[in-house]
Write a protein that binds this ligand. Sequence first.
Ligand SMILES: CC(=O)SCCNC(=O)CCNC(=O)[C@H](O)C(C)(C)COP(=O)(O)OP(=O)(O)OC[C@H]1O[C@@H](n2cnc3c(N)ncnc32)[C@H](O)[C@@H]1OP(=O)(O)O
Ligand SMILES: CC(=O)C(=O)O
Ligand SMILES: [Mg+2]
Length: 365
Amino acid sequence: MRSAKDFFRPLAVGAPTPPTEIPARPSRAIHFFDPSNPKMAAKVPDMVGSVDVLLGNLEDAVKADNKVAAREGLVEIGQNTEGLGGPEAQTQLWTRINALDSPWALDDLTTLIPAIGHTLDVVMVPKVQGAEDIHYVDRLLAQLEAKAGLDRPILVHAILETARGVANIEEICGASPRMQGLSLGPADLAADRRMKTTRVGGGHPGYLVRQDPASSSEADINASRSVFQQDLWHYTIARMVDACAMHGIYPYYGPFGDIADVVACEDQFRNAFLLGCVGTWSLHPKQIAIAKKVFSPSVEDVAHARRVVAAMSALGGDGTGAVMLDGKMEDDASLKQCLVMVELAERLAATDPELAELYAAAEEG
Ligand SMILES: CC(=O)SCCNC(=O)CCNC(=O)[C@H](O)C(C)(C)COP(=O)(O)OP(=O)(O)OC[C@H]1O[C@@H](n2cnc3c(N)ncnc32)[C@H](O)[C@@H]1OP(=O)(O)O
Ligand SMILES: CC(=O)C(=O)O
Ligand SMILES: [Mg+2]
């Protein structure tokens, strides 16, 4: 066990000091691309500025024969794409490295950090099982940062995609000051848990509850009854949100594999947003707009939140007391909920002029 005093000391001589806080940078859509795919790579420069995070994926969905090309393609993109990555950039640069037990993970890190460590914001680590995986990456990153002379620590994001990873969720989140957040890995997680869904994220029509029958007669039992589909991922997302909030880091949904079903995609993303996630993955360009819409508070919610803040301020501004607004009671707790909404809106509007305009118009109206 490390002493609390050592936690914020660099893990290698000359490495940057670990962060004491993880910045809340906009990351509504983490857009995945395969850097070895020329068509996808060619689209990256035009996406800078219009998506919060571009992630060069090196793991699953990249063919084994293309692993080296993907790594090299990402180096080329990280070195030559204007405005991409680094602390001031509007579009962050992330990567998903290969699994730690694969033949590629070590070369991923030892290639990327010296070559593009200055623009790489976050390393996403797949199939994280426990704190030991984060400790390994933490030390290796410190050594590589020191060698490369970097002055800013690269952050780490873990994908939860095994039952052991979910069981160890709190220790994973607290394993390093570099921990930036968690994503759900519903496909690998379903396989590891022996769940019986073959989908990549999203719901399942068989996971439902059914309205009671009108009576216990055979006719009523067999009669048509309303069914309500349940969310397969509710339990895991809820655990992620609590673990991340406890450690001051950020929870994300993950992939929604039915690219054509933009409606269900939006619903699934919204469930995650309402529960506390700050963003999600986008696998196809058309999912970026969905993620940006869902993970930006609606104009109506922001307008309402501002009214509650104003009403509570008029009461004295220290949060005590209660007011009635539109027939509903508001007090310190609902004020805090509204501040979450207003602060998020302000943070997003600072980098998204379209949103800024919408929120401003709502304030004037
Ligand atoms: C479970 C997990 O691990 S999820 C994470 C791993 N998976 C991924 O990262 C998948 C990333 N996405 C993809 O591979 C692709 O989007 C696919 C395979 C799902 C669909 O690809 P396509 O069949 O080519 O889609 P489509 O024909 O609609 O593409 C339209 C255009 O957008 C491009 N495009 C598709 N996906 C992307 C992307 N993620 N980023 C940039 N461009 C893209 C295509 O190359 C194509 O370009 P073109 O117009 O120049 O020909
Ligand atoms: C996201 C991912 O890697 C999975 O669902 O397996
Ligand atoms: Mg996976």
